[in-house]
Write a protein that binds this ligand. Structure first.
Ligand code: ADP
Ligand code: MG
Length: 692
């Protein structure tokens, strides 16, 4: 009987209540559940590798006959199970392979002499020259002839088996579902592939069939790519619809004629980079248009995003709008306030700093209620509390990846439909940008201000503190300053991380003639201000800190950053930390210190020696940690990727975006010829939205 995706599994297994129950217990109830439980690997059972005679470097699969199965106990250890496997038609010349399981004593009952078994795992040489596979994946073959065609002599799918459900039950279910599926009931999601495309001839159903039971190795990869394209396509429909919803909002233009901007530009001691000017142009036309700006400004650490923000803010303020700049930490907000005061006070602009710290807020709040409210409010998430914003025309969010989705949405959802500019220094790969920020226009600062020197990065395993101290002294003597970064503030013996609090004392004895300050998350607000002020004035030579200095801190005179226990940080975070130096004309150094215990992590750190390109770092980080960790995809409200790989499949992401936008162009509300796509997009995208 032809099956639809929602057909119950009882149709597949009318006479097999045991299989049905096992599937139901593992959470499978419909044909679609089975078809979308993808194999995690395939095994070519058309030809098995020759019977092993020694250890193997990688897992391999062997087919053999059981000659013995026993439960054993050695000394006081828990019992274990050994099953002896010999080649099917062995002449007794090849050594047996022992399958071995610990702590699963009941398992030996599953095996009996003469059973045929396929086992998959790494072959190890054990005592007495025996060949052993510990905890293999295994499958007992029955001689049921109809079944054999499903499991044997083909490229066979292997599934993750929830609830310990037998492989063969899952595989048989997949085979029955896919061979009985009614093509009309499994319509394509993607538009039909053009005849000369890589996917010509594929449909959703044939791709599913090829993915589970591929006729050749190439066909399974082609099917994976087709279905990955489908995933990216649905994602793109999501983000592009968010984008359309934003474009449809009625806002107001917030762009002055630019006289204020020009006066500021004239006051700068250096020209803006052409990348900065290009980004400002893009923002300017967004501000001038009545539909709200929704733009991401992406630029590596130190590329000068703050000045682009200032330009945007000046254009908005000149049009009579209020502008808000939100930063993730108080240190950063205060630093922005300083920068803004320095450049904009001469232009007669009023600036308020609102951070939730009493000392800042008393002043800010009185100015907010005065007759002449500030032109610009700078702050932390504290700006969100208690309706303090008077319908801002422009909102800039700095280091936006540090904010929760809710906080960003709260800002963007002001009734004034403000223009929104979000800035990030996390240079994520293009494919991820198109996915996570696909609803935003993108400006990229791809050029560093002139006169910067490359930062020298060095990984050092347990370096001699005396040498480090000497190096620091030479930098201090040249007038420079340093950061010393420690992973945590309190000593935690279990983690054996250095405690900044204790370490700073040690470093004070090593550098008795210099001033060292200690900054961490629990330093009281006033003390933080004082420390930063003294560091900025070069009356503190080294700032010892936890990763609170990670985002945004800008002290161009600092030329050294020492990062202790560097392996405790992610690569992207280390790149951010490194960006604290090399912000001025001075030759700068980033020293990553590790105990070298783990060669893998040391190798990972060494990647930073080789590249200063934030994109390369981000891509490596994405590879190591996955996109969820890097960007908080979990919070993005977007469906998960199961087959698509944001690095490997970048061209597919582009294709998906093209396909999705041409469909939405023809049928923006998906109520016409493409209405079958609408159910794929539930729940509907939140509106108005900012990205995650
Ligand atoms: P980020 O993009 O990391 O936020 P900032 O905006 O803090 O970078 O800028 C980093 C440093 O570069 C600051 O000290 C800033 O004054 C300086 N800077 C910005 N633009 C230019 C420029 N066009 N020429 C020279 N220096 C610049
Ligand atoms: Mg910045």
């Amino acid at each position: 009987m032809p099956l639809a995706p929602d057909s119950p599994l009882s149709i597949c297994f009318p006479n097999d209540p045991k299989a049905l129950k096992a599937l139901a217990d593992a959470g499978f109830s419909s044909a679609a559940d089975i078809a979308s439980h993808f194999p995690f690997r395939h095994e070519d059972r058309r030809h098995f590798a020759p019977w092993p005679t020694s250890e193997s470097d990688s897992p391999l699969s062997i087919r053999g006959r059981v000659t013995d199965s026993r439960q054993l106990r050695s000394g006081f250890r828990k019992p274990f199970v050994e099953v002896t496997l010999e080649p099917i038609d062995s002449l007794g010349l090849l050594p047996p392979v022992i399958l071995r399981w610990f702590n699963l004593p009941w398992l030996h009952k599953s095996f009996a002499a003469d059973m045929e078994v396929i086992a998959f795992g790494k072959i190890k040489a054990a005592t007495h020259g025996r060949l052993v596979i510990d905890h293999p994946e295994y499958e007992i073959l029955s001689d049921d002839s109809t079944d054999a065609a499903i499991h044997m002599d083909r490229i066979t799918p292997v599934y993750r088996a929830p609830n310990g459900i037998p492989q063969k039950t899952l595989r048989r279910a997949a085979f029955l579902v896919l061979s009985s599926a009614d093509p009309d009931a499994w319509p394509d999601i993607l538009p039909p592939p053009s005849p000369n495309s890589d996917f010509s001839g594929l449909s959703r159903l044939t791709a599913l069939r090829d993915l589970h039971f591929p006729p050749s190795e190439e066909s399974s990869e082609r099917a994976r790519r087709y279905l990955a394209l489908e995933e990216f396509f649905v994602l793109q429909l999501h983000v592009l619809r968010r984008r359309l919803a934003i474009l449809a909002l009625q806002g107001a233009p917030h762009c002055g004629p630019g006289l204020l901007l020009n006066r500021w530009l004239d006051s700068l001691p250096f020209p803006l980079t052409s990348a900065q000017l290009r980004c400002i142009d893009g923002i300017r036309s967004d501000l001038a248009s009545p539909s709200p700006m929704h733009r991401l400004l992406q630029g590596d650490v130190g590329s000068g995003k703050t000045f682009v923000a200032i330009a945007a803010i000046l254009l908005a303020v000149e049009s009579g709008a209020q502008a808000v700049l939100m930063a993730p930490t108080r240190i950063l907000a205060s630093q922005h306030a300083l920068t803004f005061h320095r450049w904009l006070h001469p232009l007669g602009l009023r600036i308020a700093l609102l951070t939730g710290a009493r000392s800042d807020d008393a002043q800010a709040l009185s100015s907010l209620s005065a007759d002449n409210p500030p032109h610009i409010i700078i702050g932390t998430h504290a700006v969100l509390h208690g309706n303090r914003l008077a319908n801002p025309g422009l909102i800039v969010i700095d280091e936006q990846h540090k904010f929760g989705v809710a906080q960003r949405n709260a800002l963007a959802a002001q009734s004034s439909a403000p223009d929104v500019l979000v800035m990030t220094a996390t240079p994520i790969p293009r494919s991820l940008t198109m996915t996570l920020y696909g609803d935003l226009d993108l400006s990229t600062l791809d050029e560093m201000p002139a006169g910067r020197q490359p930062i020298t990065t060095a990984v050092r395993i347990n370096p001699d503190p005396v040498q480090i101290a000497a190096f620091l002294r030479s930098q201090f003597a040249a007038g420079r300053q340093a950061y010393l970064v420690f992973p945590l503030i309190d000593e935690s013996s279990s983690l054996a991380v250095r405690a900044a609090t204790r370490e700073v004392e040690t470093w004070r004895t090593r550098l008795p003639d210099h001033q060292l300050g200690l900054l961490h998350g629990r330093t009281p607000a006033d003390e933080k201000d004082d420390l930063m002020e003294r560091f900025r004035a070069n009356s503190i030579h080294a700032l010892c800190a936890t990763s609170v200095v990670e985002v945004g801190v800008d002290i161009p005179n600092a030329s050294v950053i020492l990062i202790f226990d560097a392996d405790r940080f992610g690569l992207a975070q280390l790149h951010q930390l490194r960006g604290r130096v090399g912000r001025g004309p001075h030759k700068s150094f980033c020293i990553l210190i590790t105990n070298g215990d783990n060669p893998d992590t040391t190798a990972r750190l060494q990647l930073l020696e080789k590249t200063s390109d934030g994109f390369a770092v981000a891509e490596a980080d994405l590879r190591i940690r996955g996109p969820g960790d890097l960007m908080g995809t979990a919070q993005s409200g977007l469906p998960d990727l199961r087959l698509g790989d944001l690095i490997r499949d970048t061209p597919l992401v582009r294709t998906a975006r093209r396909l999705a936008s041409s469909i939405l162009e023809a049928d923006p509300s998906l109520s016409g010829p493409h209405r079958h796509l609408l159910p794929l997009l539930s729940p509907p995208p939140p509106l108005p939205s900012s990205p995650a």
